[in-house]
Structures are given as structure tokens and as C-alpha cells.
Design a protein around this ligand. Structure first.
Ligand code: CO8
Length: 257
């Protein structure tokens, strides 16, 4: 891996992926995205990993797709490169993913953070979809996920003017889970990830799938989907363990089975 650093067990059951093109503010070139896809697939298949953190560095989570790599491309080049199949695979990661964001999360960087399940932000984080300033528009989910997260008016303003949103504003509008001082954002992301990692991995996967389904379906279908996943939990040893532990007034030991 050239552009990302992967630590499968940075903490018990928690993996860390760091985007690592600091000079380019972690601009997401095709190779980086391919590496990220491959790393997530591996971590998804690793039974010891129950939650994943994606981070950048203090200055930038990621300043977007690599503009230099895209600049000379034609529509047909873009079609043939088909970079969004990589994004689709990332989206299908079953384990919970937390974005730990400091500094710039712009364009594809903001879209990557929103592809994660939760966002912990440093107070220096800035979110934006500034593609309009370079003559294009969001292409990796920005118009959809940002609108669902913060509502039409705010999303429209960001997408049409390229205006950034501060961490505090992002928290106020429901884009991020919490904002902490810059020296604590990674620690806070680990706290959240370790909290998730203590739960049943089976239930976590099924619950993530059900929450995400709410973006793609109507209430009736969503409730039906939720119910099926709820029933499926009862096929797991974790359900027996979790409920027995409650009755016996002890801490459950989930095995992910
Ligand atoms: N692509 C390539 N290089 C970048 C990018 C980028 N997105 N962002 C920054 N860099 C490079 C700069 O070119 C510069 O390199 P060099 O030193 O070689 O000139 C280096 O990073 C440092 O950047 P700056 O000197 O510009 O740093 P500043 O602190 O002055 O400014 C900004 C920081 C405001 C973040 C500024 O760099 C900027 O505006 N960057 C571009 C932001 C942007 O427009 N992002 C959207 C890109 S388009 C997009 O994301 C489409 C998504 C849909 C497809 C997703 C597929 C992955």
C-alpha cells in the first residue's frame, strides 16, 4: 500500500486506516481509492476486527478527488475508468466505519466521510462540496448524502456556491456525531469505535444494514427489512449470550457468531 497506512488491530477489535498523501492533502487518486477498497475488504473479512476508523491527518482528511489526475480526461475516459465501482464496493463494507475528520473534508473527501457510518470531527474540520468552483459537481454521493444529512437548503447552498461548513455547524445540522478539540479527535473516534466493538458484531452488521436501507426504501419496505434482520439476530449465539448475560447480571462476551 503506497497511499494508505493500515493497522488491523490498532486497539482491540478496532482497525485504523490512515490516508497518507499528506503533501497533496490526501487527494483521492485512483490508486489510493483502490488501496482503500482492498483494505476495507480485507478488514471486513478479518474476524478479529469489529469496527474500522478512516482518518487523514490534522490538516486534511481529504481535499477531494485528485484534480490533476482528472483534469485532462474526457467523459468517455471517466466512463471507462469507472471509479465509482470502487466507491460502490467501499459502500458495501459490512462492519461499522467511523470517519475521524480534521481539517479539509472537501469534494470526494466529504463524500468519503459521508460514506462512513459516523463522523467524529475536530473543531478545525471543514466540510465542503466545492466542485462547482472547478466546473463540475459532486459525483460520489454528495448531492444525495449531504442533502439527506443536512437538508435541501443548506446542501443546495454548499453544492451551488462551494461554501464550506465548519465543524460546529456540521454538528448542529446533523452531519457529524461530535466535535472535539483537534488533539482529541482520533482518541474520540477510538472511544466510539471501541464502544461499537464491544457489541455483538452480528447484530452490528445487521443493524448497519437496516439503518442504511432507510435511505433506499419507503417506510413499509424498510420496516419489513428491519424485521427480517431482527429475526435473524435470534439465529446468533450472540443473542443467547446477550440476553443470558442480562438475566444473570454479568457483562456479555460476544463472539460474532
Ligand atoms: N487534487 C489534487 N491536488 C490537490 C487537491 C486536489 N483535490 N487539493 C489540494 N491539492 C494539492 C495542491 O495542488 C498543492 O499541491 P502543490 O504543492 O504541488 O501545488 C497541495 O495539495 C497543497 O494545496 P494548496 O497549496 O492549495 O493548500 P492551501 O492550504 O492553499 O489550500 C485547499 C487548501 C483550500 C483545500 C485547496 O488545496 C483546494 O481548494 N483544493 C481543492 C479542493 C477541491 O476542489 N476539491 C474537490 C475536487 S473534485 C472532487 O472531489 C470530485 C468528487 C467526485 C468524484 C470522486 C472520485 C474520487
Amino acid at each position: 500500500m503506497e497511499f494508505i497506512l493500515v493497522t488491523p488491530l490498532a486497539q482491540p477489535h478496532v482497525a485504523l486506516i490512515q490516508l497518507n498523501r499528506p503533501k497533496e492533502l490526501n487527494a483521492l487518486n485512483l490508486q489510493l481509492m483502490g488501496e482503500l477498497r482492498d483494505a476495507l475488504k480485507e478488514l471486513d473479512e478479518n474476524d478479529d476486527v469489529r469496527a474500522i476508523i478512516i482518518t487523514g491527518n490534522e490538516r486534511a482528511f481529504a481535499a477531494g478527488a485528485d484534480i490533476k489526475q482528472m483534469a485532462g480526461k474526457t467523459a468517455i475516459d471517466m466512463l471507462n475508468i469507472d471509479q465509482f465501482s470502487t466507491w460502490d464496493q467501499i459502500r458495501k463494507t459490512k462492519k461499522p466505519i467511523i470517519a475521524a475528520v480534521s481539517g479539509f473534508a472537501l469534494g470526494g473527501g466529504c463524500e468519503l466521510a459521508m460514506t462512513c457510518d459516523m463522523i467524529v470531527a475536530s473543531e478545525t474540520a471543514q466540510f465542503g462540496q466545492p466542485e462547482i468552483k472547478i466546473g463540475v459537481m459532486p459525483g460520489a454521493g454528495g448531492t444525495q448524502r449531504l442533502t439527506k444529512a443536512i437538508g435541501k437548503a443548506k446542501a443546495m447552498e454548499m453544492v451551488l456556491t462551494g461554501k464550506f461548513m465548519s465543524a460546529d455547524e456540521a454538528e448542529k445540522h446533523g452531519l457529524v456525531n461530535r466535535v472535539v478539540p483537534v488533539e482529541l479527535y482520533l482518541e474520540e473516534a477510538f472511544k466510539l469505535a471501541m464502544n461499537v466493538a464491544q457489541m455483538s458484531p452480528v447484530a452490528a452488521k445487521l443493524a448497519k444494514e437496516a439503518v442504511n436501507r432507510s435511505f433506499e426504501t419507503n417506510l413499509d419496505e424498510g420496516l419489513y427489512f428491519e424485521r427480517k434482520n431482527f429475526y435473524l439476530c435470534f439465529a446468533s449465539e450472540d443473542q443467547t449470550e446477550g440476553m443470558n448475560a442480562f438475566v444473570e447480571k454479568r457483562k456479555p462476551e460476544f463472539k460474532g457468531r
